[in-house]
Write a protein that binds this ligand. Sequence first.
Ligand code: GLY
Length: 368
Amino acid sequence: MDGMREIPVHVQPRADSAYSVFIGRDIQDFWTAHLRDALSLRSVFILTDRRVEQLWGEAVTERLRREGFRVRRLSVPAGEESKTWERAREILESMLASSMDRSGGVVALGGGVVGDLAGFCASVFMRGVVCVQVPTTLVAQVDSSIGGKTAVDLPAAKNAAGAFHQPGAVYTDTIFLETLPAEEVLNGMAEVIKYGAIRDPELFERLEDHEPMAPPAQDPDWWMDLVARCAGVKCDIVGRDERDTGERMILNFGHTAGHALEICTDFQLSHGRAVAVGMCVAARLSRDLGVFSVAESDRLESLLRHWGLPTVLPAGVDPERMLDTMRMDKKRRDGKNRWVVLRGIGVADVAPDVQEEAIRAVLKEVTP
Ligand code: GLY
């Protein structure tokens, strides 16, 4: 198909779990046929959310039916509130009631919440069925649809119950970006900036030079390039470290404080805005640890502001509650705080034992 990119993911050392991320604009004909011909699926269970359902649910279902699939579709309320254990049970029961068996597959049509939830249900349904990701948000296209992390939240911690379950394929259609609310594009820009900060200094410069927030429909090629570039970094990293024991941790840059901030604001602050502030906290911590310069830390904050993202905590957030919440971080080992730090723009690393006093000092700095 014209202009479409295919990025392979080779999950080492498991040759059996190789798959591809296909990226293009308006690729529905391609992926519905690929599901049938390459993945040999005949029946699918589409999980989506109410917003995506309204825009795309019927069109995708019809397309699949025309390809000869038996299709069942279920939508959940949009937002993190849907990523619960109870909701997962409802979905599993609905999969069972639809007579799905192990030869069927789950299609995750939506953003990060749908992708995580669908992947989680696919990983446990009859001990595991195929899940393909059809990401509709920028966050999901550049990050969460790739790499097989699936989860539901528990009340005290985001993503606390889950499994690694690599998708059968990722079909990234950038046409979805053209109907995305501006706030959702902004959300994804935090992850895009993250890729520049941790691995791709040229991308970082490109973002500094680009006029912010021109809608994706105005310049679809620029956005497709951007998505492909970020997806390329992600595929490369997860291929080498599926289980998040080493290099993959750098993808969590900004997420330690970011996740805590989401919890402390009852998810009223969007993921992108929370990660933006989280990246400022991590950059300032890197500066205080002496591995990142003041000028570079300022440069990252300027780029976030350039794209309209916040760099300080929202009013009313208690830094001590943030510290309490961060004690649940999955990167912690033996009571030690592990943080993803920057050693330069495009160079990330994991600091194995960051003292709480250092974190407290930075949180004070970013409290307005
Ligand atoms: N979103 C971070 C990861 O997939 O590891």
